[in-house]
Design a protein around this ligand. Structure first.
Ligand code: NAD
Length: 417
């Protein structure tokens, strides 16, 4: 089984292609990115020395619309990772049916080691190198790991200075006062909640009267998923952060947990809950497991210990192919990341749209639209799953590939078909 992220993504596409009999020439094209750039970004550090950082921007496919995807700052960024993530963005955007293709960017850096000024110079320096290949109607970046609205603000300012035009739609995930959208903060967790609701409604997993959920992570996505789970009457039995987790069979009140974490900086010690490790969290006796922190946490090593009947992939790539195989064999249902966590990019599309049309939507409008869009995406993936008698992951890939292919065919009917 491949362990290079780009190879894993291509392997997944090949699986879907086999099941759906996708056109081999199309699959070969989709297995490559349209283009990528590797850039060097010189930054004068606070001590006067110069450091040269390496950054990438990968543009996988734009048949359905401008390339779209985040920019991450991390010491383990690699070209293959960025290419794989741009590939996944094409599929995610097609599954949720927003008019975007797939892109991704990253800079090799440990941002914790930079001062605020160094971080700003790095962010601006990256845009100096890539401004010609991004833009509101060509490639639209957003925050990702270790980047945020503030950094998008710096990048937007740099982009506008260089191009001489006001272009808020050039970036999404901006602070509200720079054109960011209401509802973006809760979008990914809320969207995961919509998918969870639809799975529960379908009744094809026999959960019994009380449904328990364990959530790995207690960041943005995990918190808002937990809030959504609460409105669905699920019992939240486990939560965690990088230092470990907590478990309570009686259920955890997330507002109380959030207050406790804010005052103590940790989850362990929360009254009435047992301290558990992250490995124990994954194996906790819950009906639903939602990894909402890191990639590759469900592996060949721990897959057999997972007791959940349903895995909702809120993090990107939390399930290694070996674990996926184990889940398939044991009948554990997995809702793939490209469907489960696509609420974030859906609201990024709403942000881009509002910027281009000079509109400002209220939170309730955004969340209502998001609910409808996630429900439609779930239904379309489910119909594909039924048609090809396959699992949710293959179905999501097949649906996305078919949508990309339809766009490509209409754009260029004679070139390849
Ligand atoms: P976040 O930084 O707000 O939260 C991350 C959480 O993971 C924190 O609670 C942190 O303590 C925890 N964590 C870190 N290391 C851990 C470890 N070793 N074990 C267990 N927990 C650990 O990030 P987020 O925005 O909530 O994103 C979470 C995941 O969802 C990421 O994989 C991200 O790529 C993915 N995602 C996020 C969005 C979004 O809109 N924020 C969209 C799609 C996918």
């Amino acid at each position: 089984m491949p362990n290079n992220p780009f190879e894993t993504a291509k392997f997944q596409l090949a699986e879907a292609a086999k099941i759906a009999g996708l056109d081999a020439k199309f699959v070969a094209r989709l297995s490559r990115v349209h283009r990528y750039a590797e850039v060097s970004i010189p930054v004068i550090m606070d001590n006067g020395e110069q450091k040269i950082f390496t950054g990438f921007r990968s543009q996988h496919n734009n048949a359905r619309g401008p390339y779209k995807g985040g920019i991450r700052f991390h010491e383990r960024v690699s070209l293959d990772e960025i290419r794989a993530l741009s590939f996944l963005m094409s599929f995610k955007n097609a599954v949720i049916d927003v008019p975007f293709g797939g892109g991704k960017g990253g800079v090799i850096v440990s941002p914790k080691n930079l001062s605020e000024g160094e971080l700003e110079r790095l962010a601006r320096g990256f845009i100096k190198r890539i401004y010609k290949i991004i833009g509101p109607d060509f490639d639209v970046p957003a925050p990702d790991m270790n980047t945020n609205g503030k950094i998008m603000g710096w990048m937007l300012d740099e982009y506008e200075k260089i191009t001489g035009v006001k272009a808020p739609a050039a970036f999404t995930g901006k602070p509200i006062n720079l054109g960011g959208s209401e509802g973006r903060e809760e979008a990914t967790g809320f969207g995961g909640g919509v998918i969870l609701r639809e799975v529960l409604k379908s009744g094809f997993i026999n959960f019994g009267p009380e449904v328990k959920i364990a959530i790995q992570g207690f960041g943005n996505v995990a918190f808002h998923l937990a809030a959504a789970a609460k409105t669905l009457d699920l019992k939240i039995v486990a939560l965690s952060d990088s230092q470990g987790g907590i478990y309570s069979d009686r259920g955890l009140e997330i507002e109380e947990v959030a207050k406790f974490k804010k005052s103590t900086g940790a989850l362990a010690g929360f009254a009435g809950a047992a301290a558990i490790s992250n490995e124990e969290l994954l194996a906790s006796p819950a009906d639903v497991l939602a990894p909402a922190a890191l990639e590759n946490v469900l592996t060949g090593k721990n897959a057999a210990d997972i007791k959940a009947k349903l895995i909702l992939e809120m993090a990107n790539g939390p399930t290694a192919p070996e674990a996926d195989k184990n889940f398939k064999e044991r009948g554990v249902m997995v809702i793939p990341d490209i469907l489960a966590n696509s609420g974030g990019v859906a609201v990024s599309f709403y942000e881009w749209y509002q910027n281009l049309h000079n509109e400002k939507w209220e939170t309730a409008t955004v969340l209502k639209k998001l609910d409808e869009q996630m429900t439609e995406a779930y239904k379309a993936v489910f119909a594909t799953k039924e048609k090809f008698q396959t699992d949710f992951r293959n179905a999501a890939y097949i649906l996305a590939a078919q949508r990309i292919q339809e766009a490509e065919k209409n754009l260029n009917p004679t070139a390849f078909y």
